[in-house]
Design a protein around this ligand. Structure first.
Ligand code: NAI
Length: 333
């Protein structure tokens, strides 16, 4: 068995964490032979709830879980981290303007980015889940200048999985027979689920998604809207936001960062845009198709982008630029 790694989950008393922690602690993310010290951060009023979560983790009697550290202090939470999963954020309250929400979150992610800078290992892998995930991630990355920007990513894997499943259900195949869907841009309703490079395995051979589905109108219309609006649909039905599926997507995302993506496949995640990749403005956290090997990701290169896709990719980029500029104005930059 190797040395334990230190893994932080913030918002640890919340509903996503409740679905997530078991998967991490039993080895689904960092491997079946990797011992873990789980650090759980939440705000002070939630500490009694967090105690209950700690008790349950202890009661799972899991062999890989070496220690659980609940805390409300950043200097404890961020110390010597190998991985940080930042789930906790300020939720939108009734009557709250988008701008006020962003302002509250900029303050949280500036503080947590600074704590990463001061206390975490420089090799730490940081996944931001709390919304607005892309911009929160950018603020955290900018607040931790000595940690490479490539170590920061935000979660669009849930959107990716949703797109995959929609296509799979339409074709009557398991989701694992659908690969290389892409989510471009923001984890918001402007995101663009792109299936122009997606392949569907039907009766043993890989078909282009459009040939497998045989309904271009659906793929270019209802499919996109369904994926974009799925989060809202879950909230409407459940009266709570996606938690089980979000936790599964977090496990998928971090497992791929740790162990790599399968040969010939790519996945979507929000990463730091640079070099005008796919015509996306630099200095955003934008969701791209990436491949991961040796714990570092690369943009998938050379995918053809048609006019339909271009328009949608630009629209979501525009939203992210505005969000970034507003966030930066709160930082006085
Ligand atoms: P929740 O409200 O059940 O839990 C959030 C937890 O974060 C609470 O326990 C709260 O006390 C804690 N928290 C708030 N501020 C904190 C801080 N500064 N430090 C540490 N903890 C803090 O919410 P839930 O359902 O677990 O969702 C968490 C976030 O994930 C939300 O922002 C939600 O919008 C986002 N989300 C993102 C998805 C994505 O695909 N990127 C998918 C689903 C949810």
């Amino acid at each position: 068995m190797s040395e334990p790694i230190r893994v932080l989950v913030t918002g640890a008393a919340g509903q996503i964490a409740y679905s997530l922690l078991f998967g991490i602690a039993k080895g689904d993310v960092f491997g079946a032979n990797q011992p873990i010290i789980l650090v759980l951060l939440d705000i002070t009023p939630m500490l009694p709830v967090l105690e209950g979560v700690v008790m349950e983790l202890q009661d799972c009697a899991l062999p890989l879980l070496k220690e659980v550290i609940p805390t409300d202090k950043e200097e404890v939470a961020f110390k010597d981290l190998d991985a940080a999963i930042l789930v906790g954020s300020m939720p939108r309250r009734d009557g709250m303007e988008r701008k006020d929400l962003l302002k509250a979150n900029v303050a949280i992610f500036k503080s947590q980015g600074t704590a990463l800078e001061n206390y975490a290992k420089k090799t730490v892998k940081v996944l931001v889940v709390g919304n607005p995930a892309n911009t929160n991630c950018l603020i955290a990355a900018k607040s931790a200048p000595s940690i490479p920007k490539e170590n920061f990513s935000c979660l669009t894997r849930l959107d990716h999985n949703r797109a995959r499943s929609q296509v799979a259900m339409r074709c009557g195949v398991p989701a694992t027979h659908v690969k290389n869907v892409i989510i471009w841009g923001n984890h918001s309703s402007t995101q663009y689920p792109d299936v122009y490079h997606c392949k569907v395995n039907m009766a043993g051979s890989d078909l282009a998604c459009f040939d497998a589905v045989k309904d271009d109108t659906w793929l270019k219309g209802e499919f996109i809207a369904t994926v974009q609006q799925r989060g809202a649909a879950v909230i409407k039905a459940r009266k709570l936001s996606s938690a089980m599926s979000a936790a599964k997507a977090i496990c998928d995302h971090m497992r791929d960062i740790w162990s790599g993506t399968p040969e010939g496949e790519f996945i979507s995640m929000g990463v730091y845009s640079k070099g005008n990749a796919y015509g996306v403005p630099d200095d955003l956290i934008y969701s791209f198709p990436v491949q991961i090997k040796g714990q570092s990701w690369k943009f998938v290169e050379g995918l053809a982008i048609n006019d339909f896709s271009r328009g949608k990719m630009d629209e979501t980029a525009k939203e992210l630029v505005e969000e970034r500029d507003t966030a930066m104005s709160f930082l006085g930059v």
